[in-house]
Ligand binder design. Structure first.
Ligand SMILES: [Zn+2]
Ligand SMILES: [Zn+2]
Length: 388
């Protein structure tokens, strides 16, 4: 029976000694194994994982490696469990923890920075200078579950209390997994871009981050919110989440001119680039007005030629975004708890945790127009039926 010294548990939430966990072998290879249930230390809790969403970054890690960093290198064949967009229930408290209660439902943001480097002290803990330095005798206290430490494709995980976000009972498990995605959108819009109500926004690429960026921008009072992409079904979901106008770039020869036209003939104030298309960066810097801002939120797989002179001449600000810093996830959760937008419109499929490879295939190959695919260790009967 799980009873580590100094850890508070509760008989209402019995915890086994071992759990099911998926581990990454060679690139693209996952196998289901048993691991000991981890033990929370000071300022940490044990979370029973109730649902976990698959993110494009999980696919990057599973198939390519970065941005995961395990034992100072690639994550393959190191008994590493990926997965980072999870939610669950607090079931044990590490020494001294009184900020959360056993039985409380929470979702998580990913990065517990070291708390001591320059960036962590500024609240930019997703850009921690001690990223991944949490093994052997270089234990800097940094954790990014599913990136530098074990993640959520298992039954239990430890989380620093700074990564927890309490969620209301009215929020479903699936919706809970989407809070961090909305948190990344919030970080892009308010912290990096400094967006204020009434500014114009264009989002390029209707993936999960792009669609959540549309929703959060609209909820923040952006006007207009324009979404560009190649698939009409996703653009339609963008409209339901608050886009004032959508542009299918396959049907529009000059997307930059079209975005300007939709904004009264002027460039927009802020573009959030979520497509990773090679042409997208130059399109983005041409879509903004002079002095405008561009946030790059997608991983390009090759070096992209960029019209630097245009950026210089027009005083354009370009940001790279890393995750969801400055507690933006808490502010995103506040919007979702107020039902300012319905994030569940991007959730399309749920599978049992045991079927993770199927779930990953759905997410990767967009089977049945999959957007956000969720896995659950314990599915209720109706969901099981729907998955079969
Ligand atoms: Zn993610
Ligand atoms: Zn740090």
């Amino acid at each position: 029976m799980y009873a580590p010294a100094g850890v508070k548990t509760n008989t209402d939430y019995p915890i086994p000694d071992t759990m099911k966990a998926w581990v990454l072998g060679d690139p693209g290879q996952l196998s289901l194994t048993d691991k000991p249930v981890p033990v929370p230390k000071r300022a940490e809790v044990l979370v029973r994982i109730d649902a976990v969403a698959i993110c494009a970054t999980d696919l990057e890690i599973i198939y390519h490696g970065p941005p995961a960093s395990i034992l100072g290198g690639m994550p393959h064949n190191k008994n590493f469990t990926p997965g980072h967009e999870y939610m669950g229930t607090v079931v044990a408290l590490g020494p001294g923890v009184d900020e959360y209660k056993i039985g409380q439902r929470i979702t998580v943001e990913i990065h517990a920075g070291c708390g001591q480097c320059k960036r962590c002290r500024e609240g930019m803990y997703t850009a921690c200078h001690n990223y991944g330095l949490n093994y052997g005798d270089v234990d800097k206290g940094h954790r990014a579950n599913g990136f530098t430490t074990d993640g959520g494709f298992c039954e239990y995980q430890v989380n620093n209390i700074n990564t927890l976000v309490a969620i209301p009972d009215a929020m479903s498990d699936e919706e809970g997994t989407l809070v961090v995605t909305a948190g990344t959108a919030m970080y892009a819009l308010t912290e990096l871009g400094g967006l204020v109500a009434g500014e114009s926004v264009c989002v390029t690429g209707p993936g999960p981050i792009g669609l959540m960026t549309v929703a959060v921008a609209k909820a923040l009072g952006a006007q207009p919110v324009i979404l560009t992409g190649t698939r009409d079904n996703r653009l339609e979901i963008g409209k339901q989440l608050g886009a004032d106008a959508v542009v299918n770039i396959r049907k529009t020869p000059d997307v930059v001119a079209e975005v300007k036209k939709l904004n009264g003939g002027k460039g927009v104030d802020y573009v959030v680039e979520c497509s990773a298309a090679t042409a997208a960066v130059n399109d983005a810097v041409r879509m903004v007005n002079r002095g405008g801002r561009v946030c790059l939120a997608a991983f390009a797989h090759e070096e992209v030629p960029v019209d630097v002179a245009h950026i210089v001449r027009n005083n354009i600000y370009v940001y790279g975004i890393r995750g969801e810093g400055k507690s933006a996830t808490h502010r995103a959760e506040a919007f979702m708890a107020q039902k300012r937008f319905d994030a569940t419109k991007i959730h399309t499929h749920t599978f049992p945790l045991d079927d993770l490879p199927t779930a990953i295939r759905y997410a990767k190959d967009r089977v049945e127009d999959a957007i956000k695919v969720v896995v659950k260790a314990k599915m209720d009967a109706a969901q099981k039926e729907a998955a079969e």
